[in-house]
Design a protein around this ligand. Structure first.
Ligand code: SF4
Ligand code: SF4
Ligand code: SF4
Ligand code: FES
Length: 667
């Protein structure tokens, strides 16, 4: 601990923190602009200056480390004069004509800092020329006139997202934020994660959808969970008058630490599918609006005679975007109460059934969490493109690259991480197993294995040379990868469903064996992580909703689609089904084929729990009220059960423990 005095208060604070952080701990406010708690301090704006005894000049507190015996003053006339001067210069440099700015009125850190210093006007006459406005990006606008060159956006894009799109050009009055080599943002390498917009302290970066539609004091902020994929990022829903204005990353969320991808931040705001707002029942070949009673009665009449019939009874399929509560009721209703054997989820266990079966056989979870990516020195990504899906996990990999980690990407297809990888291995399609065995054999040959290889592997046959021949990957690359993985201190393996391909467990088993031999997997811990699929794939697996879906012969199909988009494959498989009932939020080819359609809430209109890829059980909260006739997925399943004179229990949480999980569940 370090002892110092700030504004006459004697403090004991942890070593290594800055004066600004020490002041924060003591509840002493120092105004800042370029500082952001998630970014490396940069010391650019100088607004946070303080007076320190025995130091000749004012010091920026955001970069000044605490030291024993330090005596600091945060609010002397000299400090206040300096702050005012800094703000005066900022206001004179560009067009901060606040009344026309969307951030004016409490949302702008520059304006708030000026009010904090009692400023009522610009002491210096404005001295700026108009700067351009970059409106080329589909989701946000960069108005250089409002920019204070705090570089938070630049640092966020590099340090947090690992994308390094933004930079700074020119010097002095001509200094400007630029994308790549000064191209319009919309034509740049920007991946639309929106992190730069979230950290911008002024109205320089504003998103198109929420700008001018509500200031902080007008809106409601609701902490929730993104259901865009299985990463399960913490979000804040920014809502006004039952409209979703904006989605921000929750800086406090343990999974994502404030980051979001395009799918989580922007796409839900641009939802344009047609909403279903009333029950629909097919009459004389056409879907007609009906009451809930009519619709539920029609379903009950169709399902009742089929109870307990195998093969020609009811086939039921649920989306893995549904909350755990709904998935559990769905399983209970169709498998247990109605006795159907064909009860599964839309992903059919593709990303989970194989690792699940391996975990069951082992009797324990075999995977770890994403936090392993925070302290790794070598990452192997196989069968997953983290620049396309599960992107926030990809940000963790990309942003670790400047720290010197080694990245190995194994994928027969184009993969956005390949250009950043130290080794991008592109084996022939379907030869992942041979490549992994070749790498494993390489680890043994180099004498770097941490343990004995399982007798299941015949390494006289599976040599690196044999692997090279079969996969087409040069032998020197295979051996170099063996060496890199085996000599890493903390290797992490991230795999996706590409490694499972046709459902064979062999490649995954080889990956786990390789992980074990290089110290990434033992009884105590695992740094093997899988991407798993949609938001609740893991919960669906734990409820046993992981078999292949087939309609063949079944007399009725029930689909709990929620707000999911049906795939072409699903649409094809439903052709010819004698009776289809679907609970869905949006019109789709599946609802067009249905005999009964029940309108349900979207992800943002319902409460529920999601089990993310690293086993965290997280709550998604309601941000919006649904239209009057729309019910939640849970309510609909309960209503169907009630119409069949059945009652369902709600022990969804206990039921998550029925199977050995792929990764330990954390609450
Ligand atoms: S949206 Fe994301 S990738 Fe694009 S410039 Fe901003 S931080 Fe960088
Ligand atoms: S765009 Fe915003 S975050 Fe970026 S330098 Fe300008 S004011 Fe700072
Ligand atoms: S990574 Fe997944 S959970 Fe996170 S913001 Fe993107 S879609 Fe949502
Ligand atoms: S906040 Fe410290 S220099 Fe900008």
């Amino acid at each position: 601990m370090v002892s110092l005095t700030i504004d006459g208060r004697q403090l004991e604070v942890p070593e290594g923190i800055t004066v600004l952080e020490a002041a924060k701990l003591a509840g002493i406010e120092i105004p800042t602009l370029c500082y952001h708690p998630r970014l490396t301090p940069y010391g650019g704006c100088r607004l946070c200056v303080v007076e320190v005894e025995r130091m000749r000049t004012l010091q920026p507190s955001c970069t000044l480390p605490v030291s024993n015996g330090m005596v600091v003053y945060t609010n002397t006339p000299k400090v206040r004069e300096a702050r005012k001067f800094i703000l005066t210069l900022l206001f004179s440099e560009r067009n901060h004509y606040c009344m026309y700015c969307q951030m004016s009125g409490g949302d702008c850190e520059l304006q708030n800092a000026a009010y904090g210093e009692g400023m009522t006007h610009w002491p210096l006459p404005p001295n700026w020329n108009p700067y351009p406005i970059d409106a080329s990006h589909k989701y946000f606008v960069l108005d250089h006139n409002r920019c204070i060159i705090c570089r938070r956006c630049v640092r966020a894009c590099g340090e947090l997202v690992g994308n390094f799109t933004l930079g700074v050009r020119e010097r002095g009055a001509d200094v400007m934020i630029m994308a790549d080599l000064d191209v319009p943002l919309g034509e740049s390498t920007c991946i639309s994660c929106g992190t730069c917009v979230q950290v911008c302290p002024t109205g320089a970066l504003i998103d198109r959808m929420s700008a001018y539609r509500g200031r902080e004091k007008d809106v409601q902020r609701i902490k929730s969970t993104c259901v865009g994929c299985s990463v399960g990022c913490g979000i804040e829903l920014i809502v006004r008058d039952n409209h979703l204005l904006r989605i921000e990353g929750d800086w406090d969320a343990p999974v994502n630490g404030g980051l979001l991808c395009e799918l989580g931040r922007f796409r839900p705001l641009y939802e344009d599918r047609e909403r279903i707002v009333t029950p629909l029942v097919r009459m004389n070949g056409r879907l007609k609006a009906a009451t809930w009673e009519e619709a539920l009665h029609r379903i009950a009449a169709q399902l009742k005679p089929l109870v307990g019939r195998n093969g020609d009874g009811i086939a039921a399929l649920a989306s893995t975007r549904l909350p755990a509560e709904a998935l559990y009721l769905f399983k209970q209703l169709f498998a247990e109460k109605l006795g159907s054997e064909m009860v599964t989820s839309i992903e059919e266990g593709l990303p989970t059934a194989v690792p699940g079966a391996i975990a069951q056989a082992a009797g324990r979870p075999l995977e770890g969490g994403l936090e392993a990516l925070q302290s790794t020195d070598c990452v192997v990504v196989i069968g997953a493109d983290l620049t396309e899906n599960h992107q926030v996990a990809g940000f963790f990999v990309k942003r670790a690259l400047p720290n010197g980690i080694r990245l190995i990407v194994i994928d027969p297809h184009e993969n956005g991480l390949q250009r950043l990888a130290h080794y991008a291995l592109r084996p022939k399609k379907g030869t992942d197993l041979e490549l992994l065995l070749g790498i494993l054999a390489g680890v043994i040959r180099l004498g770097l294995a941490k343990g004995e290889v399982s007798s299941a592997y015949d390494l006289d046959r599976h040599t690196p040379e044999a692997a090279s021949q079969i996969t087409g990957v040069p032998i020197d690359q295979i051996l170099a990868v063996s060496q890199t993985i085996a000599t890493a201190q903390k290797p992490v393996f991230v795999y996706g469903k590409g490694i499972i391909g046709d459902g064979s467990p062999q490649a995954l088993k080889a990956l786990l064996e390789l992980a074990r031999l290089v110290g990434a997997l033992d009884e105590e811990r695992s740094t093997v992580v899988s991407t798993k699929g949609q938001a609740n794939s893991l919960a669906a697996y734990l409820y046993g909703l992981d078999r292949t879906f087939e309609v063949n012969g079944h007399q009725a199909v029930y689909l709990a689609l929620g707000d999911d988009t049906p795939s072409q494959r699903l649409i094809q498989r439903l052709q010819g089904a004698p009776f289809i009932a679907v609970q869905a939020s949006y019109v789709s080819p599946v609802t067009a084929m249905a005999d009964v359609v029940l309108p349900v809430t979207t992800w943002v209109e319902q409460e529920g729990h999601y089990l993310n890829l690293d086993g965290r059980l997280q709550k998604a909260r309601r941000g919006l009220q649904p239209p009057a006739e729309v019910r939640s997925n849970v309510e609909v399943l309960e209503a169907i059960a009630a119409n069949l004179e059945m009652t369902l229990n709600c022990s969804w949480k206990e039921a998550l423990r029925a199977r050995v999980p792929i990764v330990a569940i954390r609450e």
